[in-house]
Design a protein around this ligand. Structure first.
Ligand SMILES: [Zn+2]
Length: 253
């Protein structure tokens, strides 16, 4: 679905031919968190989140392209700042089958022992205070880059979302479940790894989306693991399995 936009009739045939949807593989958008002026979370040993998310996403891209079952687009392929809204818009403009946002967090104050991976879907209501605090920090990425989201009144935003989001929400929940299942047994998971919070990057009403926090950089053991290419390869393999499960189920439906 492409939101509420309707192409003029005179152009519809051309557009259909150009996209040839029947023969085209589904598009997966990978979103390595942060970048450029926004380093993201800073680890106990000083590791910057943006330097973990990019190589992990590139490894996942390589695996997905090798699988030959989807096309892959990235919201960034270099150390550059990309506003959250532009990341979402890329997935919407290209009618992506899914968006997977990749992050590694630092725990809020008072939760220093937290470690393990977790997977978030969008919700207006956070699972708990930790989930809410994590979403607040991720959403601050835009301020770090000196940009703001376009101002739409919260009421209008809520009405539009409630209309379009229902089907997308079911897809997002399925994607998140598949992701947790694929990670389970491969890497340490946070307690209650399937979580919800209000992430800007998950707000597309028409693209199923999930956000993976691959571990806590604030935890020395997690930080050491996330710095290792073999651990990131293990994460990427699990995420590829989840993506393949999602687009496989989707093409049957
Ligand atoms: Zn992040």
């Amino acid at each position: 679905m492409a939101g509420l936009a309707v192409a003029p009739a005179a152009h519809s045939q051309t557009a259909t031919r150009r996209r040839s949807p029947a023969r085209q593989l589904p598009l997966v958008v990978l979103d390595p968190g942060h970048g450029g002026t926004d380093p993201g979370a800073i680890g106990a040993e000083g590791t910057q989140e943006k330097r973990i998310t990019l190589p992990l996403a590139l490894e996942l891209k390589r695996r997905l392209e090798h699988g030959g079952r989807c096309r892959v687009a990235m919201t960034r392929t270099r150390d550059v700042f990309v506003p959250l809204a532009r990341r979402v818009q890329l997935a919407r403009d290209r009618e992506a089958a899914l968006l997977l946002s990749i992050h590694a967090d630092a725990s809020p104050p008072g939760h220093a022992a937290l470690r393990g991976a977790s997977v978030y879907t969008m919700s207006e209501t956070a699972t708990d205070a930790v989930a809410a605090a994590i979403a607040r920090r991720e959403n601050r990425a835009d301020q770090a880059g000196g940009l703001r989201l376009p101002s739409v009144s919260p009421e209008v935003q809520r009405i539009l979302l409630s209309l379009m989001r229902q089907e997308t929400r079911a897809g997002s929940e399925r994607l998140a479940r598949l992701t947790v299942n694929a990670l389970d047994g491969q890497v340490i998971l946070l307690n209650q790894p399937l979580r919800r919070a209000q992430f800007v990057v998950l707000k597309a009403p028409d693209v199923p989306a999930a956000l993976v926090e691959c571990g806590f950089l604030s935890n020395r053991q997690d930080e050491a693991l996330l710095r290792r290419a073999d651990h990131r390869a293990k994460l990427a393999a699990s995420l590829a399995e989840a993506v393949h499960g999602f687009i496989g189920a989707r093409s049957v439906a």
